[in-house]
Design a protein around this ligand. Structure first.
Ligand SMILES: Cc1cc2nc3c(=O)[nH]c(=O)nc-3n(C[C@H](O)[C@H](O)[C@H](O)COP(=O)(O)O)c2cc1C
Ligand SMILES: C=C(O[C@@H]1CC(C(=O)O)=C[C@@H](OP(=O)(O)O)[C@H]1O)C(=O)O
Length: 387
């Protein structure tokens, strides 16, 4: 199972094609679009999110509400395109820099300069348009389709914000449905009201200073069976693949599985999860500091992944840069921008993790139709139960 995305942030639309998705999965369009809606929320986003009302339409691979096994084509239209039609004109460009809204003063922290040098583009907008996190709309749409397959097997995902700037939220050990219900109501996706107020104040203060903030989000996956991923080859280790997916989200610079970096400080006896056996439930762990992984395979305990997002690179009080034409020192270009997108990024992370788990699920249980996957899955569960 794989997918590719295409499209520019201010172009007409974003597109994705999913290949290898099984047949006979009922697609809940409302649930898919709910994920896109969640991605648009969160305190600290810029004006763009008021312009867009993201909904995905399906242009292939689904008939009468069910997948057919054919590639699934997804489209999200950019409402903002109407304001950018001449600037983004695909066939001919206006002659003036102003008409093109040319970018020639690269923003430190963004893809502008590296992309301009690498692709030999003197208008850095040609880099900006594709490097923008607008692209994550399609990653969320694909993840939202993948999680419908996971849900058919009782696998659920949730996320919450752990940190924004200096403010840390209490990390609750709540049942997953409760975590989902509370975070959905919070403008910064936390369950801790004190931290919520402090995070909102920190975002507002950064905005007032023309500055930005990053943070940490945690994703939890419940219900994944033991044995997704594999120890036998480096690129089959599911924890490694999840880390790659997380680090590929724009502005993500770190990823932890379970207690992650904390493990460096502790002795083995305080890190590893002791093994127990329950005649009813089978093999279990006394704790889950490993975050649901050993040897690149799921243990059957919840998967716990954290991602670190750096502060947004575009500053309304810009940092020092260089004009690529004159080579003179100049302040970086200012584009309309978010102050903090950590809450939205948590939703993105949830959906990219969903994709990786679904892909590993497909590798393990194979099958072209939902029925075939279910047979394989149930047989495997019997094997594990009688082990
Ligand atoms: C949800 C989300 C929203 C973002 N919004 C902005 C933004 O408004 N302005 C900006 O400069 N960067 C924004 N970014 C980050 C940039 O896209 C990212 O820093 C850039 O593509 C360079 O990639 P890198 O930071 O991974 O190296 C956002 C990232 C995410 C995940
Ligand atoms: C459009 C989205 O995020 C954008 C990500 C982004 C960036 O540089 O990554 C810059 C901003 O773009 P714009 O200048 O059009 O407002 C954000 O709004 C989105 O998340 O859908």
């Amino acid at each position: 199972m794989r997918y590719l995305t295409a499209g520019e942030t201010h172009g007409p639309q974003l597109t994705a094609i999913i290949e290898g998705f099984p047949s006979n999965v009922t697609i809940d369009f409302e649930a898919m679009n709910f994920q896109l809606h969640r991605r648009q929320k969160g305190h600290g986003r810029g004006r763009r999110m008021q312009i867009e009302k993201d909904t995905a339409s399906i242009a292939g691979g689904v008939r009468h509400g069910r997948t057919t096994g054919a590639p699934i084509a997804l489209v999200v239209e950019n409402n903002d395109w109407k304001h950018w039609t001449s600037i983004m004109n695909i066939e001919e460009q206006p002659d003036t820099d102003e008409g093109k809204r040319r970018v020639n003063r690269p923003r430190p922290g963004h893809a502008d300069l590296n992309g301009g040098l690498k692709y030999n583009q003197r208008d850095l907008r040609n880099i900006l348009e594709r490097s923008s996190a607008r692209e994550t709309t399609m990653r969320v749409a694909c993840g939202a389709v993948a999680r419908q397959l996971l849900e058919a097997f009782g696998i659920k995902l949730a996320s919450h914000v752990v940190r924004i700037g200096e403010v840390e939220a209490k990390s609750p050990q709540l049942p997953i449905d409760e975590l989902i219900a509370i975070t959905e109501e919070s403008p910064v996706r936390v369950t801790d009201p004190e931290a919520e107020a402090a995070m909102i104040a920190a975002i507002d203060a950064a905005k007032a200073d023309g500055d930005t903030l990053g943070g940490i989000v945690e994703v939890i996956v419940e219900g994944a069976p033991v044995g997704l991923g594999s120890h036998v080859q480096w690129d089959r280790k599911l924890d490694g693949r999840i880390a790659q997916a997380v680090l590929s989200i724009q502005a993500f610079k770190g990823c932890e599985i379970g207690i992650g970096f904390e493990a460096a400080k502790l002795r083995g006896s305080s890190v590893h999860d002791e093994i127990q056996y329950d005649p009813e439930k089978g093999f279990r762990r006394a704790s889950n500091r490993a975050g649901g992984f050993e040897g690149g395979m799921t243990t059957g305990e919840p998967i716990v992944v954290r991602g670190v997002m750096k502060p947004i690179s575009t500053l309304y009080k810009p940092l020092q840069s260089v004009d690529i034409d004159t080579k003179e020192a100049f302040t970086a270009q200012v584009e309309r921008s978010d102050t903090c997108a950590v809450p939205a990024a948590g939703v993105i992370m949830e959906n990219v993790v969903a994709w990786e788990v679904a892909q590993a699920f497909m590798e393990k249980f194979g099958g072209d139709s939902l029925e075939e996957i279910r047979r394989n899955y149930e047989n495997y569960l019997k094997q594990v139960e009688s082990y």
